[in-house]
Design a protein around this ligand. Sequence first.
Ligand code: NAP
Length: 459
Amino acid sequence: MISQTRDIVQRSLDALLEDEHFLPELQGKAREQAFTSLTAILSTPNHVHKSYLRVPLQNGRVDRIPAFRVQHNNALGPYKGGIRFHESVNEDEVVNLASLMTLKNALHDVPFGGGKGGIIINPRDYSDKELNLIAKKYVQYFSDVLGPDKDIPAPDMGSGEREMDWMMAEYKSIHPGYPYRGSFTGKSVVNGGSLGRREATGKGVFFTFRYMIHDFIHNHKNLLTKTDNIFAKTALTYEDKPLTIAVQGFGNVGSVAALEAHQSTHLQNKVVAVSDRNVTLRNEDGLDIPALIEFTMRNKGDLPTTEEQLREIDVKAEISDREDVLYLDVDVLILAALEDQIHGDNMEKVKAGILVEGANAPITTEADKFLSDKGVIIVPDILANAGGVIVSYFEWLQGRETQFYSEDEVFRMLYEKMQETLDTVLPQFFGDPFPLRQNCYIHSVTKLSTILYRQGKLY
Ligand code: NAP
């Protein structure tokens, strides 16, 4: 995954170097030098902060817990990115995720740079009191480099609004008298969080696919019918056709995306399969998504795994292995669980014509190339799952202005922002031979390169 990001950034820079319309004032040796600087800047973080949090536990032990804050690039604005609480966290992963945030914010025109944090723990091994202490220690150890105009963390795997509330409160205690609401996003609404933040990523994931297939294709039929582009041909096969959808992962992102698809019945979408860590549930006539969400809320996030549980909630579905969701004969597969789910060993079994990356990096480089060469449309993570950071930006703005938007306003602004990005990248995607991921990266790298050049950083 790490080399995948670097490779695509480098390919984007190589394409820009050859493009005579890009920064035409830079010629000869100066142009070469500027691109050498760009490679160096975009492939390395500005800062990697590492600490060992000293945490006294309730059993009398004292743990030294490794924790990171990586600040990749702030050319566009303060660093921004989540803090992952997970035992698999490591420095390389945090650096890579921070660089993805730089590119994602640039793509969607969000005025933030890229950052990421991580704490190497399994949160299940700690009591709530100990987790509270770990969260506060993180802020104490990194307090000099965090802040509403410096670096604004958010939740990530293993952390949520509870942790952000604790962290914001600690930031406020350390910096009395200074603005604090914009120091963390993803907070609870009572603590200055934004309405709609919880649903933002899942709604955005569904929106990218819906807009591409139902709106963009309809409005750009001329462009699409006249080109030989293989992705345009794939897209046209789905126009005005009832679509079947499968969703891998039924957590925050997957369940919201599934519900959006289920509710937009006028678009003739049918969610025929969903899955989680334990099972795939399938019904060709469409699953009752609201009933399944209600079940997961009562059962620690788990989908029903037995016929008896399905009968209890009156849902009709076939139960099978969790992997089965990946290989169904559906039109659209939304990947909203983990990274590396489609890879060299299973890519040939995937039948969906459109894959949407709700999770970060669920498709390996090898599988991405294999499927793209066949004309499968892959809506990449950098495009599809940006709803969370976009609404985090709205939360940051609301915190600064102490003016709060209604949920409808938040979703309207979210869709406007995502539509702007889609209208920028889709015409090129259907016009030239690159997969959508490469198109998005070229757009981000162009924006960052232009800004870095204008800021006088390329010498
Ligand atoms: P989540 O609430 O923890 O949900 C993850 C879901 O994936 C759960 O249903 C989980 O099932 C399921 N899962 C775990 N292992 C699986 C497996 N091996 N096969 C099938 N399903 C499996 O997480 P989330 O917030 O929805 O995030 C999902 C992905 O989106 C992550 O990669 C995250 O980094 C990315 N993302 C999230 C956001 C956001 O705002 N939340 C933003 C950008 C990107 P169990 O419940 O049974 O464990």
